[in-house]
Design a protein around this ligand. Structure first.
Ligand code: SF4
Length: 252
C-alpha cells in the first residue's frame, strides 16, 4: 500500500531547482529515522516523536492515522486537477523516502503518466534504496536529488551510504545531484572526509550543501558557517527557502 501524507503547490525551496514552481507529493514511510537531526513533533496520539524535520512523514507508528492510503494511480493524478497549474509544471516526489514505493505498480503508472504529460519529475531521496532502471525505464527520465545522509543523522554508515546505489543512480538517471544537510557544529575535517567519500561514488555529480534545521532560527544559525565551508571547498550553497520564508516544512 502506498501512503500519501500531503500535496501542495509551492516553489522548490532547495537544491539545483530552487525557486522553480513545483507540485509536491509527500509520501509516507522511510527506511531511516535520522534522530540525530533532533527535530520533534507531537503526534495525533499525543506522543512527542524525535526524528528529522519531516518526522510526520517518516514515523508510521505514530502518524499513520494522518496518512492517506492510495489504491490507484488515478487517485494521485486527480490531485493535479485540484490546482491551477502551468502546463508541464515540475513535480517533486518527496517524503519520507518516496523510493520505498519504487517497484509498486501504482507508483510506476503514476510516474509514467506524469512523464507522458511533459512534467519533469524529481525525486528527493536519501539515495540508499536500489532503483531498477532496466525494469522501470521511467526512472531514466527522472531527476534524483541525492540527499545522502551524513553521520549527523545518527544512522549507521552501512545503512546510509550505499556506494553502488549512488553510482547506479548517477549513471542511469537523466540527472542527479547531491544535497547535504549540514549544521554548524558538524563542520569539521571529518565532515569533509565523509562528503569526499560519498561523492567519490559519482564524481561528476554537482554538490549542494544546505543549512540543517526544521525552523527558520535553526536554518539561519547554520547558514553563515556553511557558506564559509562551501566557499572553501567549492561546493554550491543551497538555501532552504521554504523554511526561511514560512518557518515550516509542512505544506510549503
Ligand atoms: S532519510 Fe530523510 S526522510 Fe528519512 S528520516 Fe532521514 S531525513 Fe527524514
Amino acid at each position: 500500500m502506498i501512503y500519501l501524507v500531503e500535496h501542495f503547490y509551492s516553489i522548490q525551496g532547495e537544491g539545483r531547482y530552487t525557486g522553480t514552481p513545483s507540485l509536491f507529493f509527500r509520501f509516507g514511510g522511510c527506511n531511516m529515522k535520522c534522530e540525530g537531526f533532533g527535530c520533534t513533533e507531537v503526534a495525533p496520539n499525543g506522543v512527542k516523536v524525535l526524528g528529522c524535520d519531516t518526522v510526520y512523514a517518516v514515523n508510521r507508528e505514530h502518524f499513520l492515522q494522518n496518512w492517506i492510503p492510495i489504491k490507484s494511480s488515478s487517485e494521485l493524478l486527480n490531485i493535479l486537477n485540484l490546482y491551477d497549474l502551468p502546463l508541464g509544471v515540475d513535480i517533486v516526489l518527496t517524503g519520507g523516502e518516496p523510493l520505498i514505493y519504487a517497484s509498486e505498480p501504482v507508483f510506476v503508472e503514476f510516474l509514467e503518466a506524469l512523464h507522458a504529460d511533459g512534467h519533469r519529475i524529481t525525486f528527493e531521496t536519501n539515495g540508499s534504496l536500489n532503483v531498477d532502471f532496466e525494469q522501470y525505464p521511467i526512472y531514466k527520465e527522472s531527476v534524483f536529488a541525492l540527499s545522502v545522509k551524513l553521520s549527523n543523522s545518527n544512522e549507521p554508515f552501512g545503512k546510509r551510504v550505499k556506494g553502488e546505489i549512488i553510482s547506479s543512480i548517477a549513471l542511469n538517471a537523466k540527472e542527479a545531484f547531491f544535497k547535504f544537510s549540514i549544521d554548524a557544529d558538524s563542520i569539521t575535517a571529518g565532515l569533509e572526509d565523509e562528503i569526499l567519500e560519498i561523492i567519490s561514488y559519482a564524481p561528476k555529480t554537482g554538490v549542494y550543501c544546505m543549512p540543517l534545521g526544521g525552523t527558520k532560527e535553526e536554518v539561519e544559525a547554520n547558514t553563515q558557517p556553511l557558506i564559509e565551508f562551501c566557499k572553501s571547498k567549492g561546493y554550491n550553497f543551497s538555501d532552504r527557502l521554504h523554511i526561511r520564508i514560512w518557518d515550516q516544512n509542512r505544506g510549503v
